[in-house]
Design a protein around this ligand. Structure first.
Ligand code: SF4
Length: 470
């Protein structure tokens, strides 16, 4: 058997979720289940939960999907008043149960569990220092570095230990922590990875990577956690601290809106669907092309295609039907090729495409292999012309903040000019959204666009860790 990535896209990082209730909740498993299902798009390699019942923490983890976790050996009568949950994506080498989250530890002062979305840029140095100081590690994730650092920095008070630790770690982190009868949320000083707060009519509080998870559990969105902010939630409500000693500059990941997040989510005050639609509008304005139909590559390319169609007046057509039962990584028979895999995933509606001049819109172009195969599929369905449009700018550089764009070697945009890429993917014309237009679609706020322009909000590590984790 052969594990072929069906789609050459950057892969999501991870998703985190937290619940705080004053009272023991009998349905806490159901709430966690709904929340993690709604965050499943952010990681499909492992899932886990930690539940506190006032006295003890209980952690359950499983490789695979959220459904694998909830059909594992979690006692059905598990109840509690605080919980955190995690879905994980990692690079292949680090995909093992030891690195699944939450990570739980027993310290002198009690139990703590932590779930993390993002990537630390100084994890290797910190791990080395901690090992020099006698710490031992069970796995390779940078989240374990955070928990060991908290152990080292906690003298008499967990909160002070956490505050000190989050001032030492660098990079991207949205953390949910359960400790000492409290739910804690932390967002890095640049707010690179998202985290938001919700509440319900019972006075329960929730933390989530995306607002879609708040919707799933019937919670009202309260606000985004700010860059460099730590919230502590207990029986007295929500306390907020600006923990960051360094300069705080809100600089969230632009790719969350372009590709990762679900369209119904609102992140940092901006709706994801609206951004994607606007990228299509702006692409249509960039360079006019005569065509008969606009097709979007599902899922996130579809919304940009709708925007393009509205702006250009060229009719939108489904064109390609996606097989939804093929996951992001799909186990194919040994002899299968990427081409066969993509063809299995996208089947053309030939009668809609035959004889047409097609504009094909995808959210991004990473290695270029899938784009070339998709264009071939559309041509074989009878298209007279195929004009390819990317609803994000040329990806030229790696991501150090928890997104699987690890090497320039993998990026067609780092190696070839746009004209060379056009020839490589066999498009009649090729256009990318400009960086300026992407920022306009994002409301002209400050964003991390490091993978597009090579300029990052933080110092970057000298080398990308082998086990990139999230
Ligand atoms: S480098 Fe790209 S993918 Fe990584 S956080 Fe910045 S915008 Fe997002």
């Amino acid at each position: 058997m052969n594990n072929i990535t069906t789609y050459d896209k950057p892969r999501e990082e991870c998703g985190v979720f937290g619940i705080y209730s004053k009272d023991i909740k009998k349905d806490i498993l159901k709430t966690l289940n709904y929340a993690l299902y709604s965050l499943q798009h952010r990681g499909q390699e492992s899932a886990g939960i930690t539940i506190s019942n006032y006295k003890h923490l209980f952690t359950y983890k499983a490789m695979g999907l959220v459904s694998d976790l909830f059909t594992s050996n979690i006692p059905k009568d598990t109840e509690g008043n605080i919980a955190i949950g995690h879905v994980r994506y990692s690079t292949t080498g680090a995909s093992k149960i030891e690195n699944a989250q939450p990570i739980e530890n027993l310290f002198r002062l009690g139990q703590i569990a932590i779930a993390h979305n993002g990537n630390l840029t100084n994890a290797e140095e910190l791990r080395y220092e901690l090992e020099e100081g006698g710490a031992t590690f069970n796995a390779t994730s940078d989240t374990e570095v955070i928990i060991k650092l908290i152990a080292r920095k906690t003298v008499s008070n967990f909160i002070e230990g956490i505050k000190e630790s989050v001032n030492i770690i660098k990079g991207a982190f949205a953390l949910v922590i359960v400790v000492d009868g409290k739910l804690i949320g932390v967002r890095d000083p640049y707010g690179i990875r998202p985290l938001c707060l919700g509440t319900n009519s019972n006075g329960d509080y929730f933390l989530a990577s995306e607002s879609c998870a708040l919707d799933a559990v019937g919670s009202k969105f309260v606000r985004d956690i700010e860059a460099g902010e730590m919230v502590i939630i207990d029986d007295e409500g929500v306390k907020s601290f600006k923990y960051a000693k360094e300069d705080v500059k809100h600089c969230p990941c632009a790719f969350e809106h372009i590709y990762f997040a679900r369209p119904e989510s609102n992140i940092d005050g901006i709706n994801v669907y609206n951004v994607r639609f606007q990228t299509g509008v702006l692409l249509a304005r960039q360079n006019k092309v005569d065509a008969d139909i606009v097709i979007g590559v599902q899922d996130s390319g579809t919304i940009a295609a709708l925007g393009f169609s509205q702006e250009s007046g060229i009719p939108y057509s489904i064109g390609l039907v996606k097989n939804r039962y093929i996951g992001r990584t799909f186990i194919m028979p040994e002899q299968s090729t990427r081409e066969e895999t993509v063809k299995l995933k996208f089947n053309p509606l030939k009668h809609l495409i035959d004889g047409k001049r097609v504009i094909l819109i995808d959210d991004s172009l990473v290695r270029g292999t899938t784009s070339r195969i998709l264009i071939d599929i559309v041509r074989r369905a009878g298209a007279k012309e195929v004009h390819f449009r990317s609803a994000s700018p040329v990806i030229k550089s790696p991501c150090y903040y928890g997104v699987d764009i690890s090497s320039k070697k993998e990026l067609i945009g780092a190696k070839l000019s746009v004209e060379e890429i056009r020839k490589e993917i066999n498009a009649d014309t090729l256009e990318y959204l400009t960086i300026e237009d992407m920022l306009e679609a994002l409301g002209n706020k400050n964003y991390c666009i490091g993978c597009f322009n090579g300029s990052y909000p933080t110092e970057i590590p000298k080398k990308v860790p082998i086990d990139k984790t999230c």
